[in-house]
Design a protein around this ligand. Structure first.
Ligand SMILES: [Zn+2]
Length: 179
């Protein structure tokens, strides 16, 4: 699968899971969703995590379930999870204190410097892997005879800046590809 296909596939899976969750919530007659907490989220997910939302927008006690989560917009796989919340029956799993107050706290990035550092390391790793994957796909397409046998092999040779990699880099340059 190419990177685009993988991203589309992941989005499709997410949307199916989300639809199931929303169906489940409506089956149980609840309009409320609890969103999990991630240890080292991105700036946006930090704002949305650990709250209860309402799906319809009619329950003014809680914020409306945000598009950020509905459309799976996070590019860093923070993996916030949404669960139906049944008032009077469900115990909040991710919220300490008054659920209405906590759910309506200001929508700001309140991560600690440690959480930001962990996130940035995770983000850099994700971006690097994405970059390598795209380069490798281009190599397979433009230089199929000399491309390493798999992405792992390409990543290793690039990380070690090996002779083989430098040769490959030259060949790639000849066909207009920067690696
Ligand atoms: Zn995120």
């Amino acid at each position: 699968m190419t990177t685009d296909e993988r991203i589309n596939e992941a989005k499709k899976l997410h949307n199916e899971a989300l639809k199931k969750m929303l169906d489940f919530a409506s089956k149980y007659g609840t309009d409320l969703i609890e969103v999990s907490v991630h240890g080292s989220p991105c700036e946006e997910c930090a704002k949305y995590q650990g709250r209860i939302y309402n799906i319809s927008g009619n329950d003014k006690r809680f914020p409306k379930y945000p598009d950020w989560l509905l459309s799976n917009a996070c590019p860093y796989n923070c993996g916030l999870m949404s669960y139906p919340f049944i008032e009077g029956i469900s115990e909040p799993t991710y919220i300490n204190g008054d659920v209405i107050e906590v759910s309506n706290r200001p929508f700001i990035d309140d991560r600690t410097p440690e959480q930001i550092a962990v996130f940035e390391a995770r983000r850099d790793k994700i971006l690097k892997e994405r970059q390598y994957r795209m380069e490798y796909e281009q190599l397979q397409k433009l230089l199929p005879d000399v491309a390493p046998k798999n992405l792992g092999a390409y990543s290793r040779m690039k990380n070690s800046n090996s002779k083989g990699y430098l040769t490959l880099k030259e060949k790639a340059k000849e066909v207009g590809l920067e690696i």
